[in-house]
Design a protein around this ligand. Structure first.
Ligand SMILES: Cc1ncc(COP(=O)(O)O)c(C=O)c1O
Length: 408
């Protein structure tokens, strides 16, 4: 048999299968109440709007263009819609500041490719989006923990990197409704992050995948908008805003974008030309039409449903969780993050929960660059009706109560 392991490039060696993605395949069985997958509820997709859009495109004058190769920057009409949206958020973007990607996941891959040489340092929160770790891992980085609640001097990050013979290149995080915690940065934390980035002279990657899913509270400024204010305009900024239509319109069409200063956009275009030339033309056209006609209505529709589900999960947690278990109270997004007593291990708890309660969740350690965080777990409320959430959390609460009692 051919020895594949021996022939791989060093970068491929860090591309281990994501335990969670493997696990998720097993968890979506009909008799399991799954709070594991962080995906939109397919019942909420705007099917009719897409049907109309595709039929309109294929029966109209743009049919040939829709099925043809297209420019790597992306479909201009879609980029125009995005420009308007970014401007409404205080970002002075023009068409040349917008680059269409195949989902925001692709942006993370390209940014890893453009910014990380092997051994370079990426600052990420502990925990962080595991797909970002997967994307960056291929470029063989060193990770350091970005902790905005500590009052560490920015130089602490560069000193640690120096010691490891490394250089800090960027800080990656979601300012709004992060995966996996559901939490958002306060305005002060946003300022602090930009201060750190200024002091270290590094890039900020702002992952805005969940930004449109807000159920309460006031909209916060994006890091990119704050960077524009501080630096005098988008061309002077160091922040790369990664947006996505996956959580609002459809993840299956794979359409996302980057909004940033033109030099990095031009480099991203070159990365895309080498990788896949452009994102599917017809999907960009369909997203543009659906976004123009019904983005706000769609956002309102899903936010109403997800708000109800978040509320149901928060209430059920308060009703059924034993003392010693804590959780976040997100204002948006899809996730609630549980903290169990230190001695508990969510990876060990999962098989037990599946067997005795038939409830699935994602163990927290998958989201830590160093594999720690074993006493945490992630729950997603996006795909379950309130009564199912109540039942699932009741059962999970019973498993946790028993485990805690046994360990006492
Ligand atoms: C925080 C975060 N960023 C990015 C993505 C990637 O989304 P997409 O590539 O569909 O835009 C996800 C998907 O779950 C996510 O949770």
């Amino acid at each position: 048999m051919f020895d594949w392991e021996e022939i791989y490039a060093t970068r491929a060696k860090r591309m281990g299968a994501s335990e969670i993605r493997e696990l998720l395949k097993l968890l979506e069985q009909p008799d399991i109440i799954s709070f594991a997958g962080g995906i939109p509820d397919p019942a909420l997709f705007p099917n009719d709007a897409f049907q109309e859009a595709y039929s309109d495109i294929l029966s109209g004058p743009e049919a040939g263009q829709a099925l043809q190769y297209s420019v790597s920057e992306g479909y201009p009409r879609l980029r125009e819609w995005i420009v308007k949206r970014m401007r409404a958020r205080g970002i002075d973007a023009d068409l040349e500041n917008i680059f269409i990607t195949s989902g925001s996941q692709q942006a993370l891959d390209y940014l890893g490719k453009l910014l990380l040489s092997p051994g370079d340092t990426a600052l990420v929160s502990w925990p962080t989006y595991l797909g970002a770790l997967q994307a960056f891992n291929a470029y063989e980085p060193r990770y350091d923990r970005l902790d905005l609640s500590r009052n560490a001097a920015p130089e602490a990050y560069s000193a640690a990197a120096d010691k490891a013979g490394s250089r800090v290149k960027f800080a990656y995080l979601s300012a709004d409704f992060a995966n996996p915690t559901g939490e958002s940065l306060t305005p002060m934390e946003r300022e602090k992050l930009l201060d750190i980035a200024d002091a270290l002279d590094i890039v900020v990657i702002e992952d805005a995948a969940y930004r449109a899913l807000r159920y309460e509270g006031e909209r916060q400024k994006t890091l990119l908008a704050m960077d524009c204010e501080r630096s005098g305009g988008i061309e002077n900024t160091r922040t790369l805003y990664c947006g996505s239509f996956s959580k609002t319109l459809s993840p299956g069409l794979r359409v996302g974008w980057v909004c940033a200063a033109t030099p990095i956009i031009k480099r991203l275009v070159l990365a895309k030309q080498a990788a896949d030339l452009h994102s599917p033309t017809i999907n960009q056209m369909a997203i543009a039409r659906v976004a123009e006609n019904s983005f706000e209505a769609q956002a309102e529709k899903i936010n109403t449903v997800y708000r109800e589900r978040r509320d149901a999960m928060l209430k059920a947690l308060a009703d059924y969780m034993p003392a010693g278990v804590e959780w976040t109270r997100p204002e948006g997004g899809m996730f609630i993050w549980l903290t169990l007593p230190e001695r508990m291990d969510a990876t060990e708890l999962l098989p037990l929960s599946l067997k005795t309660a038939k409830v699935a969740f994602v163990p927290g350690n998958a989201f830590y660059a160093d594999g720690s965080g074993r006493n945490h777990l992630r729950l997603s409320f996006s795909c379950s009706a309130p009564e199912v959430i109540d039942e699932g959390i009741r059962r999970l609460g019973a498993v946790l109560s028993e485990e805690l009692a046994a360990a006492a």
